[in-house]
Design a binder for this molecule. Sequence first.
Ligand SMILES: [Zn+2]
Length: 347
Amino acid sequence: METITLHQVTCPNCGSAVMSYSALAQDVECPYCHQMMRNVEALTVKREVACASQIMPFTSSLQDFGQHLVNALVKRKYVPQDIFSYLNAENAMKIYLPMFVYEGKYHTRWSGYTEEKNSKDGTNEKHYIDGFVIKEFAVMAPAYESGQLPEELKQFAATFPFDAAAMKPFDLASAQEENVATIEANADPDAVWSSTVKKQVEDMADQAARNDAPGGISRFKQDTHIDIYSNGRLVLIPFWFVYYNYRQERYFFIMDGSGRKEKLTAPVDADQKKNANKYNIYYWILGALIVLGAVVAWMDNPAGKFLIGAGVLGVIGMIIFDRMRRKKIHNAAQEIRKEGAARFLGQ
Ligand SMILES: [Zn+2]
């Protein structure tokens, strides 16, 4: 196994292991607790770790990350209009996480019975039916067991899909030059396969077999065989993470290093939400009118059809009116947040 050197220092404030491919500078900010560590050079230990086969490079800057957060807060419904006056972002974390990639092919044989009507005597006949699905898969899973990472980032990374097209061969020189934090790949690829990834691939195969089988199949059975080409190939995936505060509450924003996937939690303005939903009661009233119409119609009263018609027309009118009204509310709130964002970014 090919190995490379990681430079590691233990943060005196929070005890996290801070790692990088490049030599650590005199003073380094801990990416976990954001304390400055002074004179770390003398404390640095070198560790030999497994070399990643591929890397998904960062194609976004810290500024891009901030811009994505601002855009997400402008766009998100019910975010308070004064969000940018009270927003207080902590230092962002920029990190490469080691992941295992499992590639292979699953072969799934399925069988079951379909029912058909016999045209002669009208009785139902069961017919045996079977089929075969072969598909390639590429599944990624965390290659680390780390208590240091924020729980939210761990969960986001654990479900991040593998994208072969975004990968580049790992090159130590550029990893050193980038000087981005990383963590050690300390999980066992075989253990990760049997504890999580195998089940994921089996579920994929089961779903593919069910999609391949005709609808209404009974006594469905499938049998899956998995061929693996790469059993836990090590790759590095880039992530941004930040906690931000709004009026004493903490929220987070995560983005992958390419800016394609992100996740945000944000405060909700209860008044805005209440205002947007304030006509929901009319849907209930109109619904009751339709039900009443159905009951009246069932009693052979001609007024029933009239009530149903009025109810349906009412619902259609309500949808058109309410949708426009909600859009106006969201747009107005968005405009205010946009102005706040411009002030915030201009600071
Ligand atoms: Zn620390």
